[in-house]
Design a protein. Structure first.
Length: 465
């Protein structure tokens, strides 16, 4: 369904005149005109010029089942007619929220002594992490330790864009706008060996050192002032950063030693992305709270939430009294129905198992092979997320001057040649739909290699190499 030139121009003009895009330089966008996506099917999106583009990012890490799933559309349609909205305030509930809460409690594996029998719903990852801030502070109040207020997170982590979420995030570009982070949030280094390991330091030694930054920060702040540590199992928006194997066990040792709560932000990583229903299971750590969103509805309708582990639930539910927190759309019936149908499809198609034992390993092998490309310094994946580092010189892993914007250049070549990759600086990342088959993955890898070749030629032509 390509659009005629007049329609495209009208849309771009109105877009520039009226629509403020997220994370966008609006003046720059108005000058070049937005790309118009008109429709999508399966793993492909189509733009206004009629181009068919393989969506290597599942929208924004969310359309895990691919586009055009009639089962979800039909179920949502029926739910809208049956009960489009009701709230769960004032001692009221409704069937879909109860069913989804029960279903999630069944899916989330116990972590040691911790069971995940309770869930709090929101509409996004950001709201869920704001909920986490409220939850952990409420927990420590109820525990008679109200001085435990501080949440520790990591530089280059991403936890959302609300005031709370952006504060927890470790993105300097976000912090510099609007006096963030708020008080009571502290940051430590990320476990990104490529960037931070010392020369000669092994990956595992580096992982231990990165984890011990948490202990140092706890001691610096005073152990009895720290409420929680929050982290993504694998950093997503920061550039698909996969921690060394030594990292999570050491983090677990440290949070146990100081008794602080552990929050696993699985907005990207839960629901099969890493080949497990929840990523804490893959890495073997024991969170107290688990943030989710995105893949729970395959992005068809907004829904997020927090799985509340028994340590917190016990205090909050049994002795808590009223928790003065909630959203109009907490447990929205239509969103809950979208999630229930998404989970039905995932189970019927065995997608989590497929990522774990088939497509994840297939992607890992094929993606790692991209490391022979002259522009690629490191290419690694975990389940169905992957990232590669563009470098000027592979032998010494020398990076390009970041001001050149080689990542964005590569992203343009991707988009214009039929595949969506995201650029985080000069890291090129993907999070393809979980429904992809081996041959879809082969096609994705072929398109990526072609875009890398075009980028190499472009970089050479510009005299940057
Ligand atoms: N946490 C993580 C790990 C995320 O990746 C994101 C979104 N990319 C968020 C939180 C925020 O989610 P939302 O954009 O739905 O508010």
């Amino acid at each position: 369904m390509s659009l005629d030139t007049a329609t495209l121009e009208r849309l771009r003009g109105q877009d520039a005149a009226h629509y403020l895009h997220p994370f966008t330089d609006s003046r720059e966008l108005a000058a070049i005109g937005a790309r118009v996506i008109t429709h999508a099917e399966g793993i492909y999106v189509f733009d206004g010029e009629g181009r068919k583009i393989l969506d290597g990012m599942s929208g924004l890490w969310c359309v895990n089942l691919g586009y055009g799933r009639r089962e979800i559309a039909d179920a949502v349609h029926r739910q809208m007619l049956e009960l489009p909205y009701y709230n769960s305030f004032f001692q009221t509930t409704h069937p879909r929220a109860v069913e989804l809460a029960t279903r999630l409690a069944t899916l989330a594996p116990a972590a040691g002594e911790t069971r995940f029998d309770h869930v709090f719903f929101s509409s996004s990852g950001s709201e869920s992490n704001d909920t986490n801030i409220r939850l952990v502070r409420r927990y420590w109040d109820l525990m008679g330790q109200p001085q435990r207020k501080t949440l520790i997170s990591r530089w280059n982590g991403y936890h959302g864009s609300t005031i709370g979420g952006a504060s927890l995030s470790g993105m300097s570009g976000m912090h510099s706008q609007g006096d963030l982070p708020i008080p009571g949030v502290a940051h430590i280094m990320q476990p990104f060996a490529f960037e931070h390991a010392h020369p000669g330091e092994s990956r595992d030694d580096f992982g231990l050192r990165a984890a011990r930054a948490l202990e140092e920060k706890i001691l610096e702040l005073g152990p009895d002032t720290v409420a929680a540590f929050i982290a993504e199992p694998v950093q997503g928006a920061g550039g698909v950063i996969i921690p060394p194997d030594s990292y999570w066990p050491e983090i677990q040792r440290i949070v146990d030693k100081y008794g602080i709560l552990l929050i696993s932000d699985e907005v990207i990583c839960a629901f099969g992305r890493l080949g497990h229903w929840f990523a804490y299971e893959k890495f073997g750590y024991r969170p107290d709270l688990v943030t989710f969103a995105k893949g729970v509805t395959s992005g068809y309708v907004p829904l997020g939430g927090v799985m509340v582990g028994s340590r917190v639930a016990k205090v909050l539910v049994e002795q808590g009294g009223e928790f003065n927190h909630g959203y109009t759309y907490s447990g929205h019936p239509v969103a809950c129905q979208a999630a229930l149908t998404t989970l039905d499809i995932m189970q019927a198609e065995g997608l989590v198992e497929r990522v774990r034992s088939d497509t994840g390993p297939w992607l890992a092998q094929g993606f790692a092979a991209l490391a022979d490309h002259p522009l690629v310094g490191l290419a690694e994946s975990c389940g169905m997320v992957a990232g590669l580092q563009l470098v000027r010189d592979r032998a010494s892993n020398t990076l390009f001057d970041s001001a050149l914007g080689v990542g964005m250049l590569c992203r343009g070549h991707c988009f214009n040649n039929g595949v969506i990759m995201r650029a985080v600086g000069d890291r090129m990342i993907i999070a393809p739909p979980l429904v992809m088959t081996r041959s879809d993955i082969d096609e994705l890898l072929r398109l990526i290699r072609h875009a890398l070749d075009l980028t190499l030629a472009d970089v050479r032509a510009r005299g940057w190499l």
